[in-house]
Design a protein around this ligand. Structure first.
Ligand SMILES: [Fe+2]
Length: 205
């Protein structure tokens, strides 16, 4: 545990963090790192009691990322992302690697490729409990050649969608942008701590 944590970790979270630490110490490419994290994520997803109390709770009825681990060396963090039924993330970018494991409910994920100055839908997939996917920025470069992975996550229901995200850097530093469809422009979409350990992506002003 460390002072960044909003809630207490569990054995499954600690093992996932340890696997991520070991993978990063290998200094191998991001795709290799994600594969190395996968077994610990798979173990967490079948664990009987994988998350600390409150980690599956929405924030004021809305989507939230509940922080369950922050790396003391600031290389990564683990968020439990909660999407109440019917909520959507909007189209957004992750500028560095991530591993996502689906724990509860169904999440529909759409991925985009940049074409002619806007994100164009490339694939759509409904993930279920036990599924694992990666964010690998090199796969979906942004408009200016910047590495990025553009996607949108939506919970079509029934029930609350809960997924576990191992993401590069710490929440406040995680590179995260939003596609403003109406204005046809990219805007900042930083994670903001709304309450201790409870992070929401907020449109930049
Ligand atoms: Fe995302």
């Amino acid at each position: 545990m460390n002072h960044h944590m909003g809630v207490t970790g569990t054995a499954a979270v600690e093992l996932l963090a340890a696997a991520t630490d070991a993978a990063l110490r290998s200094r191998r490419p991001e795709a290799w790192v994600c594969e190395a994290i996968r077994p610990a994520m798979a173990a967490l997803l079948v664990d009987r009691d994988p998350l600390p109390p409150g980690a599956r709770d929405p924030y004021e009825g809305g989507a939230v990322g509940n922080l369950v681990y922050a790396d003391p060396e600031a290389r990564f963090h683990i968020l439990v992302v909660v999407f109440p039924e019917g909520t959507s993330s909007g189209i957004h970018l992750h500028g560095c690697w991530g591993v996502i494991g689906y724990l509860q409910g169904g999440d529909e994920e759409t991925r985009y490729r940049w074409r002619d100055g806007r994100p164009v839908e490339e694939s759509r997939h409904v993930w279920h409990q036990g599924d694992i996917t990666y964010l690998l920025p090199d796969e979906m470069a942004g408009p200016d050649g910047r590495a990025g992975c553009w996607h949108r996550v939506r919970n079509p229901g029934p029930g609350v969608g809960v997924s576990v995200h191992v993401l590069c850097r710490l929440p406040a530093d995680h590179p995260h942008d939003f596609w403003d469809r109406d204005e046809a422009r990219i805007v900042a979409f930083p994670f903001v701590e709304r309450a201790p350990g409870r992070w929401q992506a907020m449109l930049g002003r």
